[in-house]
Design a protein around this ligand. Sequence first.
Ligand SMILES: [Zn+2]
Ligand SMILES: [Zn+2]
Length: 139
Amino acid sequence: MGTCVKHRLTRQRRIILETLRGVTCHPTADELYNMVREQLPRVSLGTVYRNLELLTSEGEVRTLDSLGSRKRYDGNMHPHYHIKCVECERVGDLAKDVVPMIDMTAVQAGGFKVLNLQLDFSGLCAECQKKRESVTSES
Ligand SMILES: [Zn+2]
Ligand SMILES: [Zn+2]
């Protein structure tokens, strides 16, 4: 097989990408593996992982390295920020406009255009807030 298959999306990779793009929960490779197994019953975790790495290097998905101990994947390539729950590590999306001045500031700093911004928020998700409240009211 001498043909270049570098940019051909295999069926597996397409399903992995579509599954990831269809959710907003920023799954880990394990979680995504469990999701795609419904459509790809014979896929292995290693294959899912390898395809995720490939999709990342091709700029189709991005990895969230700084959020928690396990690497998470995001199929949403539109600029946005992340907020992580400090209790359960659930990750939510924040719209880019939460930091409205950043593009202006970069321009003022010498005509820069912001391509990527690493800015992560942490907090408590609604469920974990409720859990904390119930713990304090019991004591
Ligand atoms: Zn939580
Ligand atoms: Zn996201």
